[in-house]
Ligand binder design. Sequence first.
Ligand code: ADP
Ligand code: MG
Length: 201
Amino acid sequence: MTAWQIATIGLGANLGDPVDQIERALEAIDSLPLCQVLAVSGLYANPPIGPQDQPDYVNAVAEIGTTLTPEALLRALKGIERAAGRSYIRHWGERVLDLDILAFGDREITTPELTIPHPEIAKRHFVLAPWLEIRPEARLPDGSRLADCLEEVSDHPLRFLRLPRWQRQGVGPPIEPGVEALSQRADMPDSSGPPDSRSPS
Ligand code: ADP
Ligand code: MG
């Protein structure tokens, strides 16, 4: 467990029923111990950036509040990908579900498992546009404004599909509820509780 942070998650899918898989992934993320979805962008249709002989993607961006460490969050997200039936097909190839940690507070992490902020953010219209929709003033830890990156990528076609089905359940305003709102959740220990007592294995 770590101090409460806002993490930004990129969601993508292009096999099966991509919209449904993204909706279910949002519910699964919100159900993780020590995680709460705070805001979700619209869902966007987006041509593939890797191999072109694959279906279009559906992409969205969500902000969560969490007291998980970045490494524990990555493990939990990989668990959700596996549960959705993801298997490796090819680099940048088709997938049932892809969950990337785009940012984790203002942390900068480079390990073999984790690069945060995600290195492709500034190049990806399907990341920048939905992220700016929920956080117009978003910046990377180096201070660069995501809004300034958007012009460079806006020749990449992106089509708004619809708002997500996901709705936040009655714990205050949609962004940055703070520790108080998170601690209202049954699975969120209050700050006086024993550390790690409810962390996932
Ligand atoms: P991609 O998302 O680039 O298409 P994958 O989803 O197959 O690729 O992930 C490959 C590996 O990338 C994962 O096993 C994970 O350890 C690593 N990785 C590095 N940084 C991140 C990050 N910020 N978010 C998610 N995965 C990451
Ligand atoms: Mg990924």
